[in-house]
Design a protein around this ligand. Structure first.
Ligand code: ZN
Length: 92
């Protein structure tokens, strides 16, 4: 994990590098999407995303220097946090 926290994989969000035609970008995994390339896990928390971005832990974990759209990643993480919260607090 980017921050050293341990736990089941389902309690983390996974990021991976998507290879585009001209550049590599860091994006979150989509459910059901084939997982290609190296991934990195972060806690579902903005502080952890920020820490990973600051320390460039992602580039190290992913072994490249991809483009990182920080604001897009933050927005996406917030969406995922919201979905997690709904899953966990909603009825089953
Ligand atoms: Zn963390």
């Amino acid at each position: 994990m980017a921050c050293g926290r341990r736990g089941p994989q389902s309690s983390f969000e996974r990021l991976h590098v998507a290879l585009g035609e001209e550049s590599a970008r860091v994006v979150f995994d989509e459910p059901g999407e084939a997982r290609c390339g190296r991934g990195a896990y972060i806690c579902p928390a903005l502080v952890c995303l920020d820490r990973a971005l600051k320390k460039r832990a992602l580039g190290r974990a992913l072994r490249c220097t991809p483009l990182v759209d920080e604001s897009a990643l933050r927005v996406e993480l917030l969406k995922r946090l919201d979905a997690r919260w709904k899953r966990e607090s909603g009825g089953r």
